[in-house]
Ligand binder design. Structure first.
Ligand code: ZN
Length: 78
């Protein structure tokens, strides 16, 4: 029984280590595009909502575009 738990813990640690490696490998976000002093999305160039900037300082894209990028990267990884 404890064998199963040990193996599950090892597997979880391996998955965590891989996730951390992926995070470290990802280049840092360049931040938003500033158009007339307004933080704008790097994909669609629309202003990023101030609530999003407060929640995620330094974000590069609006919620819609970031969602698309995240989805695409999930498919690329799979
Ligand atoms: Zn956008």
């Amino acid at each position: 029984m404890s064998d199963i738990i040990d193996r599950a813990q090892e597997e979880e640690m391996r998955i965590r280590a891989e996730a951390l490696d992926r995070m470290r490998a990802r280049p840092p976000e360049p931040g938003p595009l500033f158009i007339d002093g307004v933080a704008c999305c790097r994909s669609c160039e629309e202003p990023i909502l101030s609530a999003r900037i407060k929640a995620k300082p330094g974000c590069s894209r609006c919620v819609a575009c970031q969602g698309e990028v995240d989805l695409r990267s999930q498919f690329e990884r799979a």
